[in-house]
Design a protein around this ligand. Structure first.
Ligand code: UD1
Length: 427
């Protein structure tokens, strides 16, 4: 078991380069199945969820060549399987994209009920609604979801809930279906647009991604392409919050500033100064932190994945903040850990009321999921003294080189094996 040991209290300063978007990568990798040819995918973040996606493709019979740490050539011409191995699909939520991609190309797919962060119930009824509208039948047997179709035919699908996963699976399953599929009440996140761009580069005909209505005209065949994944909005937002929370000054490079606007607006209201460049933002703060009201919502609202990070920062703002979680039922589990650090946060259902305290105290902490874990890293960076964070495998699912990137910003963070001798030598 590994831990992060973090000696906080130092403002972060310097430059950080943002990696490719996890949530785009975990959809685009399964989408290479539709290309039934060679794709070169660049700017893949080197993180566990990407490795698991590559392992699944390999297990299905894809030929995979690593061109460099962040670039892979994937040839899905001679795929042999349509069943995603149970032990791999359980490791991440996004394994559900293999359902849409395999169904589309082979008319059948089998994937175990997906794993990933425990944020409360994570149904996939809207994904299945899209598959069924296109002509597929689904069944769940012994924890495995199977979908099967003789032929997929275009349909008009209205999602009852705005869902990133269902929108992307709707696109994946419709690109080769006969006729024009209309998807309504779609998610508009940047990674939805990135998947549509990738599919179009492979010869698909997808229009309207980034709006409520996406139209997919089925094509007979798709081909491989070279594609570079967009920068990760949430990784960028995490470093922006870390800079503001520690009173630092950080240039966050390789970003699309437009994607960061919902985060930028809130950070400015909290007292940070943000300068935008073509593909970078500089975040600094010298004055005090102001309290905020935050409601998480589908894009372009404030992203739920930034909620734990923002709450950590607000725990030392001067005054009372309210944070309303509008997407997930169980996304305040990190609050108990923050309480150990002296934070004053009362949670009632989906609302957290945060009374700012003077400062956070160091403590032993446990990451409960990916973004909660990242939030605890920021909390530890803010506290004067040494904190340890365990269960860091959650954090490493989604943040490439987090230790090296933070160290380059002046943070005192080390990754250690958890036996007592290692801990005493760490700092
Ligand atoms: C994706 C992101 C996740 C982020 C979330 C919301 C990936 C791999 N993960 O998750 O980090 O927190 O978007 O921005 O991209 N819902 C249903 N039925 C469905 C599907 C979803 O009721 O069939 C509900 C969910 O319970 C949730 C809401 O819709 O309340 C949004 O979920 P969704 O957008 O689907 O999240 P994911 O795609 O799983």
């Amino acid at each position: 078991m590994e831990k992060f040991v973090i000696k906080g209290g130092t403002p972060l300063e310097g430059e950080v380069t943002i990696s490719g978007a996890k949530n785009a990568a975990v959809a685009i990798l399964p989408a290479t199945i539709l290309a039934s040819g060679k794709c070169v995918i660049e700017n893949l973040p080197c993180i566990r969820d990407v490795n698991v996606s590559l392992e699944i493709l390999h297990a299905l019979g894809a030929q995979i060549r690593m061109l460099d740490r962040n670039t892979y050539e994937i040839d899905t011409t001679h795929l042999t399987g349509t069943e995603v191995p149970d032990e791999l699909s359980r490791q991440m939520r996004a394994s559900y994209y293999f359902l849409g991609a395999l169904l589309s190309r082979f008319g059948r797919a089998q994937v175990a009920m997906p794993g990933g962060c425990n944020l409360g119930p994570r149904p996939i009824d809207q994904h299945l609604k899209a598959f069924s509208a296109l002509g597929a039948v689904d069944s769940v047997d012994y924890g495995m979801i199977s979908v099967r179709a003789q032929k997929l035919t275009a349909a008009h699908i209205f999602f009852d809930k705005v869902s990133v996963g269902a929108t992307m699976n709707g696109m994946l399953s419709a690109v080769l279906a006969e006729g024009q599929t209309v998807l309504e009440n779609c998610a508009k996140e940047p990674h939805v647009v990135d998947l549509a761009n990738f599919l179009n580069m492979c010869g698909a005909d997808v229009r309207g991604a980034g709006t409520d209505v996406i139209k997919v005209r089925g094509v007979a065949q798709m081909h491989g392409c070279d594609y570079s994944i967009i920068p990760d909005q949430i990784e960028a937002g995490s470093y922006m919050v870390a800079a503001a929370a520690t009173g630092g000054n950080v240039l966050v490079k390789n970003v699309i500033p437009k994607h960061l606007e919902p985060i930028t607006v809130k950070l400015e209201r909290a007292g940070a100064v943000i300068e935008e460049f073509d593909d970078a933002v500089r975040v600094s703060r010298t004055g005090e932190l102001h309290p905020l009201k935050i409601n998480t919502m589908p894009h372009p609202g404030f992203p739920t994945d930034m909620q734990p990070l923002m709450s950590v920062m607000l725990s030392v703002a001067k005054g009372t903040s309210t944070v309303t979680e509008g997407i997930w039922d169980n996304r305040f589990r990190y609050v108990d850990e923050l309480a150990r650090m002296g934070a004053n946060i009362q949670v009632d259902g989906q609302i957290a009321v945060i009374e700012g305290v003077e400062k956070l105290q160091p403590a032993p902490l446990r990451a409960s999921d990916l973004r909660a874990g990242a939030a605890l890293v920021v909390a530890a960076l803010m506290a004067n003294g040494t904190s340890e964070i365990s269960e860091i495998q959650h954090i490493e699912r989604g943040y490439e080189n987090i230790v090296e990137k933070l160290q380059a910003l002046g943070a005192q963070i080390t990754r250690i094996e958890t036996h007592p001798a290692a801990l005493s030598q760490a700092l």
